[in-house]
Design a protein around this ligand. Structure first.
Ligand code: G6P
Length: 359
């Protein structure tokens, strides 16, 4: 096992550090497949993403990508909900996109089978080659992340996001819903993402130090807007899974509608605030939280965020649509270090399984 961990104390940390390689493989292993798949699915009006856990957060990011680039308005459902709510709404004119790392999650498989039975087209985005999901699906795109041993998903998430970004770009090409120059720019920037993840990984030591001061906190809040919302949800999920600290991820606009009442001295609020159309709104949310005594940690490429945050984790600049892939990385590291500092084994969190094969 030591050899398999390649010198890292845990599989999770190894897998976090493998992300530049994994994302590169996801890009280069998929160019042809994704452009072929895009051609086959572009004309579906009804598109429904189904997934669970971290894969569900990838699906939420997929929704934003499809909206912005392909001008599609997909629905995103937890697979466990889809099965009972969409029975009569799925037909041969429906595309169901199932996202599942393992390809074995019981609820996701059941949703896929239901969709097939109703005549829908089913596309699966899967990591494990030859898994059940790939046998049920009409079309499969692999994430090429390699085996993931840590129960908390890391590299499989960022590769799911990579594949979804590429698929949205290809759909936009087929449908003519974005300018060719812009799509080309996005493709070029995506090629740079593995290198940017490497840059972000350099914050590791600073994030560990930050974690050392937060081990006794009982609640964490993660806020974002737009395509930053799935990142907030995923950051909170990582923390819950392995550090056993209560955390909530939410869209920053919801802060005023309840969660603000829970903020008191020292409660960490982590803000996903890349430069983009919601940056200014995020600033007011951060200030609002800070005024209530919250300990604010901001992830941003805007240096001035330093002035209104307790801690700034400085991020590389890139198109807002690509930010989910790099902004989740500091959140994975924060959860990892908090878990280890609190004496937990991040690879084997209590009560959780790598793949949930019972419903
Ligand atoms: C379990 C795992 C999670 C994962 C979820 C969905 O809860 O612990 O890490 O996100 O299942 O798994 P899937 O294999 O379908 O992506």
């Amino acid at each position: 096992e030591m050899a398999e961990k390649a010198g890292y104390p845990h599989f999770m940390l190894k897998e976090i550090y493998e992300q530049p390689r994994a994302i590169r493989d996801a890009i280069h292993g998929n160019k042809e497949v994704i452009s072929r798949v895009a051609g086959e699915i572009a004309n579906y009006e009804k598109m429904i993403f189904v997934a669970m856990g971290t894969s569900y957060h990838a699906a939420l990011a997929g929704k934003y990508l499809f909206q912005r680039l392909a001008k599609k308005i997909p629905i995103v459902e937890e697979a466990s909900e889809f099965r009972y709510e969409f029975e009569d709404l799925v037909d041969k004119d429906t595309l169901v996109i199932a996202i599942t790392q393992s390809g074995e999650t019981a609820d996701t498989l059941a949703a896929m089978k239901l969709a097939k039975a109703k005549g829908a087209k089913v596309l699966a985005i899967v990591n494990v080659v030859g898994s059940m999901a790939t046998r049920i699906a009409d079309l499969t795109i692999y994430t090429h992340a390699g085996p993931e041993i840590g129960v908390a998903a890391t590299k499989t998430y960022t590769t799911q996001l990579t594949v979804l970004t590429m698929l949205a770009i290809e759909l936009a090409k087929v449908l003519g819903t974005a300018s060719e120059e812009y799509l080309k720019e996005l493709e070029n920037e995506l090629e740079k993402v593995p290198g940017l993840v490497e840059e972000v990984l350099k914050h590791d030591a600073a994030i560990r130090e930050l974690a050392e001061n937060l081990t006794d906190r009982r609640d964490f809040f993660y806020i974002g807007r737009g395509i930053g919302v799935p990142t907030a949800l995923e950051g909170a999920l990582k923390l819950k899974e392995i550090s056993y600290i209560h955390a909530e991820g939410l869209s920053a606009g919801e802060l005023k509608h309840g969660p603000l009442a829970l903020l008191e001295e020292g409660v960490p609020v982590i803000a996903i605030a890349p430069n983009g159309k919601t940056f200014d709104k995020m600033v007011s949310n951060i200030e609002e939280a800070r005024a209530r005594g919250a300990f604010t940690i901001t992830l941003s490429d805007r240096k001035e965020a330093e002035t209104f945050s307790d801690v700034l984790i400085e991020m590389p600049s890139l198109d807002e649509l690509l930010t989910p892939i790099i902004y989740v990385v500091p959140l994975q590291l924060l959860a990892y270090h908090l878990a280890v500092l609190r004496g937990n084994d991040p690879d084997k969190p209590r009560n959780l399984a790598k793949s949930v094969t019972v419903e």
